[in-house]
Design a protein around this ligand. Structure first.
Ligand SMILES: [Zn+2]
Length: 226
């Protein structure tokens, strides 16, 4: 099922603060606008697991959007033209990979993927990722192989760009790990992203998948029989 309306992400042109977590986001922050709340950072909007695909390659964009359960249009105000201009798309990494496979005949795309992978690797604090992944594996021994790395890389990317949060996150305390694992389960093991894509309110969507999240969490933790 495709989403009904595009979720919009705005690149802010002034200093902004997230109205949910209170995080100062600085200038040019990427935000969503919720109806009752004001601006939400991508982490609070649960869009921070998506990758940015800059506009410019129509075929790749169309395919990535098609394969992505949840996607968002990134818009920026053009002072010169006095209107919002499309900067690109936020899509799921698997959707982008699949779209790239389909475009693979195009060698330019391959070059761009290598470039993006290199940038991504450079952004990651490898030691932090290894430690975080180790803690995930320790606390959730039944988590499927490899997931601890995906969870750790996401946590690392998330915190690296967010001043003020890094200190707390780098504690690797049980609660920080638990929150990262829950976010991963919600996106990967439940219908949550589909619900968001269908325009459901974030709180309702969270409530709808809560039981599944708890079940998976308990299974990974080894506190219930799988
Ligand atoms: Zn926030």
């Amino acid at each position: 099922m495709k989403q009904t309306a595009d979720i919009k992400v705005f690149i802010s042109s002034r200093d902004s603060t997230c109205d949910e977590c209170g995080e100062p986001l600085g200038r040019h922050a990427w935000i969503t606008l919720a109806q009752e709340k004001g601006a939400l950072c991508l982490a609070c909007a649960d869009l921070d697991h998506l990758l940015f695909l800059p506009a410019g390659d129509a075929a790749l964009t169309r395919r990535a959007r098609k394969h992505s359960t949840l996607s968002a249009v990134v818009l920026k105000w053009s002072r010169a033209r006095k209107r919002y201009e499309r900067q690109g798309l936020l899509v799921e990494s698997e959707a982008l990979a699949r779209a790239e496979e389909e475009c693979l005949a195009d060698s330019e795309v391959r070059a761009r993927r290598r470039e993006r992978d290199a940038v991504r690797r450079a952004d990651l604090d490898q030691q932090y990722v290894a430690e975080f992944a180790g803690r995930v594996r320790e606390l959730y021994p039944n988590c499927p192989p490899g997931r601890e790395v995906a969870i750790a890389e996401h946590a690392c990317l998330k915190y690296s760009g967010r001043v003020g949060r890094s200190a707390a996150a780098k504690d690797l305390d049980e609660n920080a790990i638990r929150l990262a694992v829950i976010a991963h389960i919600r996106h990967v093991e439940t219908e949550y992203d589909q619900l968001l894509a269908n325009g459901q309110d974030r709180r309702e969507a969270r409530a709808a998948v809560e039981a599944v999240v708890s079940r998976v969490l308990a299974r990974w933790q080894g506190t219930v029989e799988s």
